[in-house]
Design a binder for this molecule. Structure first.
Ligand code: HAM
Length: 415
């Protein structure tokens, strides 16, 4: 269709402009350094996957699967979904590439776009980015602690403000099933005080009551029995060890018996980092252990643990600065075509300078202004029969016989 108003980006999406892009590049290189140091290799999985992956992995009764997925059919009638999270895809890749044959645990990190059809607001988008890690193939509590401490370290290194860590344990699926029955009974007896949504999900997933922001529901769950009090001895010991390791590392956390995450694959450890600086969307990052996920995807029983953090949320609460690339040299065109100026520009870049040249038809005076705006410390003036170099600091300008001499002068000026 021709005409109409200005075309706009879809709701809940955003453009990354260069200033923002530089902060992201800096964050990414910090992540790369931090994770490489701990032995995590980079993995990139497809942005769309078979819908079944998330239905099975994330869970049919979760908000993500029920309401938030961007799902479509391809030309062959297969149902595909833009990935709402990364763990299911990474576990699928682990299985598909036989990574269980490698020495365990296999440690992976990722960075990229994710999609959830949520109501957009500050810090909550329909296309957003996550950085995450997954350590697959071991249920050692030291791995839970490592994952948590890596996110702690990352948030600290980017200078995040007001960050709190909440920690819980969900035990095994069997414990959770027994507990769910107990909780369902408890909630049923107080059904009239619950929100419609929680009441509607009582059969499928009573634990979601802990997620509710409905005041009546909140009052009811405050005194409800807690899963943390029902853990088996093994699970309780695992949780105690994770806590001890965090204590040893001198990291603060709060045990939150009501910590529920919006994804079904979790077993044992769960955690969430929040920041008051974020307002309503306070989750900066979170994760936990998912010892049953790979089995749910058709693989052998394989434990795993990981986290994901929202890149936009990290940037909202951090002081991380991007580095603007400075222009060293600006090439001013004083008459003549683009040929000789372009040659000089190419040679400058070849010699290792950050160089730009006039490409918008400004007057010579306007070009010097532009060089100034770009912060160029030197200018090479290319005239039809003359080459000169100006030191933008002192204002000295010198004619040079050839490019080799221009380079020598530039070295002096930029030294
Ligand atoms: P999640 O808690 O659903 O966990 O998401 C992790 C982080 O992604 C959140 O803490 C938040 O910072 C960011 N995030 C989520 N939704 C949005 C949104 N709509 N807009 C902006 N940021 C958002 C997971 O995704 C799990 N895969 C984490 C994990 C890894 N568990 C084990 N391994």
């Amino acid at each position: 269709m021709a005409g109409g108003g200005k075309v706009q980006a879809p709701r809940g999406t955003f453009d990354v402009l260069p200033d923002d892009g530089r902060r992201r590049a800096r964050l990414r290189s910090l992540c790369e350094e931090l994770f490489a140091q701990a032995g995590y290799g980079f993995i990139d999985t497809p942005i769309f996957e078979a819908t079944e992956l998330f239905a099975r992995g994330v869970g049919e009764t979760t908000d993500i699967v029920q309401k938030e997925m961007f799902t479509f059919e391809d030309q062959g009638g297969r149902s595909l979904t833009l990935r709402p999270e990364g763990t299911a895809g990474v576990c699928r890749a682990y299985l598909e590439h036989g990574m269980h044959k490698q020495p365990q645990p296999v440690k992976l990190w990722y960075w990229g776009p994710f999609f959830r059809h949520e109501a957009p607001q500050a810090g909550r988008y329909r296309q957003f980015n996550q950085v995450g890690i997954e350590a697959i193939g071991s249920d050692d509590p030291s791995l839970d602690a490592e994952v948590i401490l890596l996110l702690y370290g990352l948030l600290e290194s980017v200078g995040t403000k007001g960050v709190r860590l909440r920690l819980g344990s969900l035990g095994t699926p069997e414990t959770r099933r027994a507990y769910s029955d107990e909780l369902r009974e408890y909630l049923r007896a107080r059904e009239d005080q619950l929100s419609d949504e929680v009441r509607g999900r009582l059969d499928a997933n009573p634990l979601r009551a802990f997620d509710s922001d409905h005041p009546g529901t909140q009052a009811v769950v405050k005194d409800a029995p807690k899963l943390l009090e029902r853990l088996t001895q093994d699970d309780a010991a695992h949780f105690a060890e994770v806590r001890a390791l965090l204590d040893d590392a001198g990291r603060e956390y709060e045990v939150d018996a009501a910590l529920v995450r919006g994804i079904d694959y979790y077993t044992r450890t769960v955690f969430e980092f929040t920041s008051d600086a974020l307002g309503a969307q306070s989750g900066v990052g979170g994760g936990g252990r998912y010892d049953g996920l790979i089995e749910m995807l058709g693989g052998p029983q394989t434990p795993g643990v990981g986290f994901a953090a929202g890149i936009e949320r990290i940037l909202l609460v951090s002081e991380i600065e991007g580095e603007a690339p400075a222009t060293d040299v600006y090439v001013v065109r004083d008459g003549g075509g683009a040929t000789s100026a372009s040659k000089v520009l190419a040679a400058l870049r070849e010699a290792g300078f950050n160089a730009q040249m006039e490409q918008a038809g400004r007057s010579v005076k306007g070009q010097f202004k532009q060089a100034d705006r770009l912060g160029a410390r030197a200018v090479v003036v290319v005239a039809q029969d003359r080459l000169s170099v100006r030191d933008m600091g002192s204002g000295d300008q010198r004619d040079v016989p050839d490019f080799a001499e221009a380079l020598k002068v530039l070295e002096e000026v930029l030294a």
